[in-house]
Design a protein around this ligand. Structure first.
Ligand code: ATP
Ligand code: MG
Length: 681
């Protein structure tokens, strides 16, 4: 993302920056410069005599905290920026607990449990091995903690048998945490709050330490965070909060819009400042965003306008299926670059509702050799099972690839232990050859037992045989047969079942494997990937070669210049020149699971998510829908999301000039054709 020149601010922003006499709330739509108010206000506070360490700026994610520190650095210099207390609510909580935990009976070196740890403590506390029950408890207990309830209060609040069971488990869970000197994520807010509300000395100390507090993305704070803020700022109420009720998207995690409504009554001196000018997006994008959010009831009326012209019309991409969608995304990226509208890959973001939607885009981007990063989720190619299989494929292509050899030889385990591999490695180093080459060396018997050599030979012969078959298996059917035989030979499905205690997770990982195999087989068959054209048939080995090249390119890729793939939730607060909103279909966005009755409140939160997505775009926005979409292993008909109609794309000057449309379509087709013409592309 390009950074703008040092802040110039409009009068309303300046008013917010200069209001230092009491509490201040900036409530304004997306891209109106709320975050910029915070960073500039930090500089203003320093000028006003505050010390850096007395200023706490609270952001929603660690990444946002990092960005804010960078921004502060450019405004106030590295030395002051280093001492600023810029953090998330959770990391501020960690700091409070490290420094004051003893007052709550916590050792300085307490541990913080991650979600998996919590699940295993819960299973233990509740005497169950069922992961789903444990997850249900985790969810319920977390919501209670975020409402500030302890186990006894939760028991009193429990409404049904399930909740009563969860409350009982919560008591035992808390006892265990205390015994382990451990806290969970929710405790990182709840315990500091408890400390500040019950211990007057600690409260006075921290109110003196952190003399001014700034909060970004205020609309997504929950009840406990509200109280924590309240006890930090005390009666002086020296804080600035900025937020947008239309971007509240964490209701499902206990965030509450009540926090916005409560501020004026809790702080009668509160200065409320609206911002109306948007500095991020073109007119067409802003209009679509305003049209969509108009479908929600208003808490704070907002009028967002932009000085930037209408800009390019929003592109609606109707796609045959997920693969076609990914192909069109790649074509769009290439076309915009070819037109000179986007010098960098980092100018692009692809946003989606659910993490699993990333995979097909990843595959298409890799194939087109476009660097990307998946933020707020795991990359498909970083999944252990895909890395395992890729190690095998790399080994088929190049037997001297030692890292690939080491991974393949030990997944699944085949009785070749660390010691054997260690000795083999030493032997190979001594003879300056690869480990694979070493395993057939006659003099290896001087280094290893006959039994160990026997196992290594067996593995080596299998790899050679597989390589031979991969060299000859051409076309879809032959490739699929070979690949499935391979998985069976090495016992990969069994390996997943054995190494994964949770059956559902093992099944999901196996399903990734099958998807990967299908993808390779399709490429061997030169089959059109939804909507694409047929290409030459290839052998499994040829496709493995492409994959090896793609893997090494992606690993070497320039860290900075990458297309961003992210969920809508994780895109909050960020912006890109070119944005594609993917899978804008009923069921996906708004998201709907089976037997979900989609309350008006849920629908409104989904609509806010759509609003967040649209308003991430600066220059161009494309919205894609699927005519057919995958649901589990089924393919179902796709219905465009109601939010597309709500954007009213035909309205105003948002209509696409037919000549422009033709030009863009030509460019996209040319880019698609060019992508196919690259080797194996
Ligand atoms: P969001 O609601 O998405 O978090 P925001 O209100 O925090 O948005 P910012 O990210 O602060 O908005 O600003 C949006 C863009 O507008 C940024 O690129 C920022 O640099 C720019 N901007 C903000 N204020 C001004 C201004 N007064 N003049 C020029 N550019 C500005
Ligand atoms: Mg912001």
């Amino acid at each position: 993302m390009s950074s703008s020149p040092p802040a110039s601010l409009n009068p309303a922003q300046l008013e917010a920056v200069h209001h230092l006499s009491g509490p201040c709330l900036v409530i304004a739509g997306a891209g109106s410069g709320k975050t910029r108010v915070i960073t500039t206000k930090i500089a203003r506070l320093l000028e006003g005599g505050y010390l850096p360490r007395q200023i706490a700026a609270i952001t929603f994610t660690n990444k946002a905290a990092q960005e804010m520190r960078e921004r502060a650095k450019s405004l106030v210099g590295p030395k002051a920026a280093k001492d600023l207390a810029i953090s998330t609510f959770h990391s501020l909580g960690v700091r409070l607990l490290r420094e004051e935990g003893s007052r709550l009976g916590l050792k300085e070196q307490f541990s913080i449990l991650d979600s998996d740890d919590v699940l295993s403590v819960l299973k233990d506390a509740g005497g169950t091995t069922d992961i789903n029950t444990a997850r249900q408890w985790q969810w319920t207990i977390s919501l209670w903690k975020n409402q500030g309830l302890n186990a006894a209060q939760a028991a009193a609040a429990a409404k049904n048998d399930n909740e009563r069971a969860a409350a009982a488990v919560m008591t035992r869970y808390q006892e265990r945490l205390a015994a382990y000197q451990a806290v969970d994520f929710d405790d990182l807010i709840q315990l500091p709050l408890k400390l500040l509300t019950t211990d007057a000395e600690a409260r006075a100390k921290w109110q003196d330490k952190l003399r001014y507090v700034l909060v970004d993305e205020y609309q997504d704070t929950n009840a406990v965070q509200y109280e924590l803020l309240k006890s930090l700022v005390g009666d002086r109420g020296m804080f600035t909060a900025v937020g947008d009720d239309d971007q509240s998207i964490y209701g499902w995690r206990g965030a509450t819009i009540e926090n916005l409504k409560r501020l004026p009554s809790d702080y009668p001196l509160l200065k409320v400042i609206p911002l109306e000018q948007n500095y991020r997006s073109t007119g067409a994008i802003l209009r679509a965003a305003n049209n969509v959010i108009a479908g929600n009831p208003k808490i704070y009326e907002k009028k967002l306008w932009s000085e930037y012209g209408d800009g390019e019309p929003i592109a609606l991409l109707e796609c045959d299926g997920e693969e076609h969608e990914a192909e069109r995304a790649v074509a769009r990226i290439n076309a915009l670059r070819a037109e000179g509208k986007a010098p960098n890959y980092s100018d692009f973001a692809i946003l989606y509702r659910a993490n699993h939607q990333a995979r097909i885009f990843e595959q298409a981007l890799r194939r087109a050799q476009i660097p990307y990063k998946v933020s707020g989720g795991q990359s498909f190619f970083d999944r252990a099972e895909i890395k395992d299989l890729c190690a095998w494929l790399r080994l088929l292509v190049n037997q001297d690839d030692d890292p690939a050899f080491l991974r393949a030889v030990s997944t699944p385990k085949r009785g070749i232990g660390h010691q054997t591999l260690g000795s083999l490695g030493e032997f190979a180093a001594k003879w300056k050859c690869s480990m694979f080459e070493a395993l057939f060396a006659e003099s290896l018997s001087s280094a290893l037992s006959t039994r160990a050599i026997g196992s290594l030979h067996e593995f080596g012969r299998y790899v050679n045989d597989l390589e031979y078959r991969a060299r000859h298996a051409e076309g879809h059917e032959a490739a699929r047969t070979l690949l499935m035989e391979w998985l069976l030979d090495i016992g990969y499905e069994q390996h997943l079942t054995d190494s994964e205690e949770n059956e559902k997770v093992a099944a999901a990982r196996w399903s990734n494997v099958i998807d990967f195999i299908d993808w390779i087989a399709k490429r061997c068959g030169g089959l059109p990937e939804d909507g694409g054209q047929e290409s030459e048939k290839q052998t499994v080995l040829q496709v493995a070669q492409t994959i090896s090249i793609i893997l090494s390119i992606a690993e070497r890729g320039d860290e900075q210049d990458q297309v961003t793939l992210t969920t809508l939730h994780a895109s909050k607060g960020l912006e890109w020149p070119h944005v594609l909103l993917a899978g804008v279909n009923e069921g996906l966005l708004p998201f709907k699971v089976e037997d979900d009755d989609m309350t008006p409140e849920r629908l409104q939160e989904e609509r806010r998510l759509m609003y967040v997505g649209i308003t991430r775009a600066r220059q161009t926005l494309a919205v894609s829908t699927l005519r057919r979409r995958k649901k589990g292993r089924e393919t179902i008909a796709g219905i465009p999301s109601r939010f597309i109609a709500e954007m009213k794309l035909h309205e105003g000057s948002g209509r696409e000039d037919p000549r422009e449309k033709l030009k863009r379509m030509r460019a996209e087709l040319a880019a698609q054709a060019a992508a196919r013409a690259t080797p194996n592309g």
